[in-house]
Write a protein that binds this ligand. Sequence first.
Ligand code: C2E
Ligand code: CA
Ligand code: CA
Ligand code: CA
Length: 279
Amino acid sequence: AKRQGRNTWQWYRGRQAEKSRHNVLMRHDLHTAIREDQFEMHYQPLIDAQSGCICSVEALVRWRHPTRGMISPGEFIPLAEQTGQIIPLGNWILNQACRDLAELRANTGRELPVAVNISSLQFYRDGFLDEVKDVLARSGLPPELLELEITESVLLDGAKKVIELMETLKEMGVRVALDDFGTGFSSLSYLCDLPAHKLKLDRSFVQKAQHDHRTAAIVQGVITMAHHMEMIVVAEGVETREEQQGMIFRQCDVLQGFLFSRPLPLNDLITLPEYLIAD
Ligand code: C2E
Ligand code: CA
Ligand code: CA
Ligand code: CA
């Protein structure tokens, strides 16, 4: 038993070493990636539950690594957050998304808002609001067409300052969405004070509400509550017709998920029809 313990320990140590080697490599690669333009933006449509039309898009970053292929943001965003590289990367993302949607607007005349994910570190950095203003001015995108998605981790990092920042953004005409709602642990009273425009229900709730009546009750309660606060509710990760119908039944306003479309490069987004629900 003792030997086995040591083997397990060595195995664990080996795994840790491997992991940190991997992280060192990734950090180095991240640094080059920004300089060498290896990132690209994809856009996933959000669908108005009533009309079926595309009412906005979410910008999702992709890393086309020269030897490893596509790396998921779930893997490199946390790393970029740890190393601070999220600041230059986040600025690049914000800039690219605004330019792309300004271009789409100029070419098609469609006034499609774009939602950009913002990390906590980026949100609280001095000069973030100036960066947003600059990016809007440079791209020519109207502030009303920009939305910032923040998660509950942002709220936990600076509950007091967040309200101030959100108020200023609101005055500028930029909207804020609360992302992954329900996955964190912050109290409902936060929701009371935040001038958010939209609440995005995490996919885990959308799924679980289908077969678990207690989850369904929470989802229904959150939607009703959000509506009383004049917030729009989005269901994330809708994959089936049943989930679509379930969320429409619960009065959810907007749907997003593979059922309608995967995140797409700008050129493919332009070719999508305006309506994505056939029935
Ligand atoms: P998120 O903000 O919750 O983004 C939604 C994720 O769900 C995306 O994964 C999207 O591709 C995926 N998704 C959409 N519809 C479905 C569906 O029907 N089923 C399933 N299973 N998944 C669906 P992605 O692009 O891999 O991004 C993962 C996470 O990485 C994002 O979660 C976000 O937290 C982060 N991320 C992505 N792009 C950015 C970015 O530009 N900046 C920052 N700071 N974070 C980003
Ligand atoms: Ca998001
Ligand atoms: Ca989300
Ligand atoms: Ca998520």
